[in-house]
Design a protein. Structure first.
Length: 329
């Protein structure tokens, strides 16, 4: 049973539903790459694939509703990123293996080696397919030189910190906007810029041989102190912390911490904390919706007007628009 709800020329998402394993395999092969798929536990398949009308990347939501294992040959012409929304997966490629969990880890498959992924029945993911030449050209532009071979990403990466949460927020926002009638899908220039921003965040977040070149340089001691504070704020964005408290925590002066943050992050510690909290609000609104004032207050924003202004400056839309998009998904 296959349901295709998008008509030719329609800018709304293309939604597929089937309980037929062969039909599901054919759809994934056409959209992503050739592969073999098998159901391990004999339970009925509940295949779901929603594709947003992107241009240069393929962006969608995928779930099988069963214990499914996929084996694929080297993809050769693309990189593939999985960002779990719910549930878990086990992944393996080129001698490395790992577990992927919603809210904890994501994974990326490179183009040069066979891969295996096992979906748990409750697993749902944002799936992102990026053409090899496009992503590598974007990376070369960021580092200022041609690349020597493929990007060697880590198989799995942490999404619990600020960069990972920002990446999840961007993927969710881009998907919601592309799926929204009259949204980014109808604005090629804005869509192109958002896809470029997504590629930049992927490159900045996922460890690879380019990581050191992609992040600003600073003295080892300053970078270490600032990273410690960033990690603390990423893990405890709900807590009350002044710049003086944070400086005391890592054993430097308040002035030294401010200077280190400007050099490493390009902002003050409090601006970084505000960004982490805004990302958490955006992630919650874009995935679960809810009352904007309640969600904002939960993350420390108690002045609605100022919060709405900061939110719009960071994400290009009002928080109520994000919540409405989530409610329609």
């Amino acid at each position: 049973m296959l349901d295709e709800t998008t008509r030719p020329g329609d800018a709304s998402p293309l939604r597929f539903r089937t309980d037929d394993l062969d039909v599901a395999r054919e759809r994934i092969t056409e959209t992503f790459a050739d592969h073999e798929v098998r159901v391990a536990d004999g339970r009925a398949l509940d295949f779901r694939l929603d594709l947003a009308p992107a241009s240069r990347v393929v962006l969608g939501k995928l779930g099988y509703g069963a214990d499914v294992t996929i084996d694929g040959p080297p993809m050769q012409r693309c990189y593939h990123v999985n960002l779990p929304i719910a549930g878990s997966c086990d992944v393996r490629q080129d001698g490395a293996e790992g577990a992927v969990r919603a809210g904890t880890t994501g994974n990326v498959f490179g183009p040069d080696a066979p891969l295996t992924i096992r979906f748990a029945p409750d697993a749902t993911q944002y799936v992102v397919k990026l053409p090899k030449e496009m992503l590598e050209a974007h990376a070369a532009k960021l580092v200022g030189r041609p690349l020597d071979g493929s990007i060697r990403f880590a198989l799995t990466f942490d999404v619990r910190g600020g960069p990972g949460q920002a990446l999840l927020s961007t993927a969710g926002f881009l998907y919601a906007e592309l799926a929204r009638p009259g949204g980014l899908a109808t604005m090629p220039t804005a869509r192109h810029e958002m896809e470029s921003a997504l590629m930049t965040q992927l490159l900045m977040t996922i460890p690879s041989q380019l990581t050191d070149q992609l992040h600003p340089s600073a003295s080892p001691s300053a970078r270490t102190r600032v990273r410690e504070v960033m990690e603390y704020l990423d893990a405890h964005p709900e807590g009350d912390a002044s710049t003086a408290d944070l400086a005391d925590r890592v054993g430097v002066s308040e002035r030294a911490l401010q200077a280190g943050f400007r050099e490493v992050a390009g902002m003050s510690p409090m601006a970084y904390l505000r960004g982490v909290r805004l990302d958490r609000v955006h992630l919650e609104l874009s995935t679960r919706g809810g009352a904007v004032t309640d969600v904002a207050a939960r993350w420390g924003f108690f002045h609605p007007g100022r919060f709405a202004q900061q939110y719009r400056a960071r994400f290009g839309e009002r928080p109520s628009d994000t919540a409405r998009c989530a409610a329609r998904m």
